[in-house]
Write a protein that binds this ligand. Sequence first.
Ligand code: NAD
Length: 290
Amino acid sequence: MQLLDGKIVSQSVKNTVREKCETLKKEGGKTPHLAAVLVGHNGASETYVASKVKSCEEVGFTSTLVRLEEDIDEQGLVAVIEKLNADEDIDGILVQLPLPKQISEERIINIIHPGKDVDGFHPMSIGKMVLGLPTFIPATPYGIMLMLEHYRIETSGKHAVVIGRSNIVGRPVSILLNSNANPGNCTVTVCHSRTKDLAGICSQADIIVAALGIPGFLKADMVKEGAVVIDVGITRVPDPTKKSGFAIKGDVDFDAVAPKCSYITPVPGGVGLMTIAALLMNTLNACTQK
Ligand code: NAD
């Protein structure tokens, strides 16, 4: 079994982004600038946004963090996004989800300028991705593809099972895995909460992407010998032994599943780090491909 190490791969992607950013600046080009919008005080969201901003600094980008109160109304947030859309210095906009319940996430995603949609959630980005046209790929699925590419994992002709069909992970990763590309060219089965015999389907998979948000869901008897397992899940579970009071758990029963795998991602230290690296890559592209 080999670990798919998010620390190593994300660092390699970040190094590439940093070098390209330095070249851009030396040639008199613009410094990439990411604006992150954080509404309210959700602990996990605060952590994610802080590490995205920190990563921007690491690669030489400019970043702006826009903090808004939990009770802001939808029109107030729309006004903030419209200002960022119009600001020529801002290349990429990310709005950290989830948003408070008085705000429609769909509406907010729709008003982000497609040229600044570095999270890749805008319908135009998703549509282009489905058609195989150049666009912003949602950061987590993009990070998974970069991970498969880095370890030169053969995907062509393989049976991939994706557990979860969300717009931000499961569905886009299923489309990318089945695209005529490398990595890609898999035969993909997408499982979800209504799937019958999920264990039987998983046990036929060469590649499993678990993205459902239930800690330890994927058990050893659901995994074939030699499978590649990608664990997307991030759930905070109470753990009094930790200073923070919680531990981060993935969707895979790692200790039992790992010995059966050819490759597996750990949690933490796997897909989460790749998500940030992919976001930086999208922001660089937003800056250079205007
Ligand atoms: P979501 O809640 O939007 O979607 C979950 C999906 O899982 C749904 O499509 C649902 O049908 C499916 N599902 C739920 N219960 C199921 C079951 N018993 N059997 C089969 N399918 C089931 O979640 P999401 O936003 O896609 O996130 C999934 C997980 O990935 C969460 O733990 C989230 O925190 C994590 N996540 C991690 C990253 C990262 O960077 N690593 C990024 C995004 C999300």
